[in-house]
Design a protein around this ligand. Structure first.
Ligand code: NIG
Ligand code: FE
Length: 421
């Protein structure tokens, strides 16, 4: 499937054209403004949006000549979703661990006795590059079904040079062969590998000296991320790795303050990370520091749900004027789901977000969390024509019709690539 744009395509008569208009992250009250056009239309040419407005204003006989027309009467049209935090590339599965968690064992206790991430590391090391590409392409197909047109993916199931680079090459190849765009993140500091037991500082040095330079030299990642958590990597270790990654030109993300309040959110502010993610236990002070430094709060309600953790304080963050993005955290352990409808249900019903705020978190703010708010995440002239038609009369139905996938057509770079029959 080619990634280049198609000929002219018009969507017209949309009950709601939800533009999410904007070229930067939306903060605070702005998150509730979706910029909806009733009886909306959008014209795309060569993969780019060329006109946006009411059907009456922008579509006439001249525009309709020599192009494909989609009648979206009674439907809601949105930008493609941007899933800005996933662990897409891994071998094997952890279904057994899921049953242990259901029986009451905690995520961290499974991790501490050598299961959890370590078990996915074993499977990912053993899997071939070819097979990983095959299974991950299927995962991307599934994401596409939910209207996701761009996804971030993290390495971190290799924890050695060869396998980390293998994971990143898999992402590069997926980006080439699959219509969904894949944004690569290097997360070599996702856990401590068995070989470095008791030598965490040495492992961070190994990542800094032996892996990171090769990732940067090979242009294999845009971001560097680390699991900054008690029992995993400390603030000092996180600062050391992330500062080095930044000096080498990578942008930063951080798994911060998920299980205890360690100060990862504050570190994100200090280092100017693009986002800090999870944040269930982040302190008020660190959240305000994030806001002041323009760090996006990426919230992952699927993980809190799956781990039976308390949800992140989305209401507090938005009311303080922060920019919040939402993502799945798709991974084999703490949150094995690609389901955007599940995320929408949890964010509205459990975190007190409005349907509009949730849509902002999954579109323009997701794009901003990947430094792409200038190119994707909204239906604005000049942006990539990544657009999804939902079979429902208003955006509210995305939350109201709970956990149901309303996606009918997905348009990626101006081409219709998914049609529900
Ligand atoms: O974001 N917190 C660390 N990393 C992932 C889980 C990865 C795994 O369990 O495989 C997360 O939840
Ligand atoms: Fe994660």
């Amino acid at each position: 499937m080619t990634k280049s744009g198609a000929g002219r395509l018009i969507i017209k008569n949309a009950a709601e054209l939800v533009t999410c208009s904007g070229f930067a992250a939306k903060r605070g009250a702005e998150m509730n403004q979706l910029h909806i056009i009733k009886d909306g239309a959008v014209i795309m040419e060569k993969g780019v949006i060329t006109a946006v407005g009411t059907t009456a204003d922008i579509v006439g006989p001249a525009e309709e000549k020599n192009c494909t027309i989609i009648d979206a009467s009674g439907k809601t049209v949105l930008p493609g979703f941007v899933d800005s935090h996933t662990h897409l590339v891994f071998g094997g599965n952890r279904s057994e661990e899921f049953t242990w968690r259901l029986a009451g064992e905690s995520y961290m206790s499974i991790m501490q006795r050598g299961g959890g991430i370590a078990s996915s590391v074993k499977a990912t090391r053993a899997d071939s590059e070819h097979h990983l590409i095959e299974i991950c392409a299927q995962r991307l197909d599934s994401m596409l079904e939910f209207g996701v047109t761009t996804v971030e993916a993290k390495s971190g199931y290799g924890l050695d040079l060869g396998t980390e680079l293998k994971q990143l090459r898999v992402m590069m190849e997926l980006n080439r062969i699959h219509p969904v765009d894949v944004v690569p993140t290097f997360m070599g500091a996702h856990a401590l590998p068995e070989e470095y037991k008791g030598k965490k500082d040495d492992y961070i040095d190994y990542i800094i000296n032996s892996v990171l330079p090769k990732v940067v030299f090979g242009k294999l990642a845009e971001y560097c991320d680390i699991f900054c958590e008690q029992g995993v990597f400390s603030i000092t270790q996180s600062r050391k790795l992330l500062s080095m990654a930044k000096s080498l030109g990578l942008k930063l993300k951080i798994h911060a303050d998920e299980i205890i309040s360690l100060g990862g959110a504050g570190l994100a502010a200090e280092l100017g990370a693009v986002s800090a993610d999870h944040l269930l236990m982040a302190s008020d002070q660190d959240l305000i520091a994030m806001k002041d430094s323009g760090v996006i709060a990426t919230l992952l309600p699927g993980t809190a749900f799956s781990l039976k953790e308390p949800y992140a304080r989305a209401r507090f963050m938005i009311d303080q004027g922060m920019a919040v993005a939402l993502a799945t955290d798709f991974n084999p352990g703490s949150c094995y789901t690609e389901s955007i409808p599940l995320i929408i249900a949890l964010a509205t019903l459990q975190m007190g977000m409005s349907p509009a705020e949730v849509i902002t978190g999954l579109t323009i703010n997701g794009a901003a969390a990947l430094n792409r708010a200038d190119r994707i995440g909204s239906i604005d002239v000049g942006k990539a024509a990544d657009i999804v038609i939902h079979n429902c009369p208003s955006h509210t139905f995305l939350a109201y019709h709970m956990a149901i996938n309303n996606v009918e057509k997905v348009i990626k770079n101006g081409r219709v690539i998914k049609i529900k029959v």
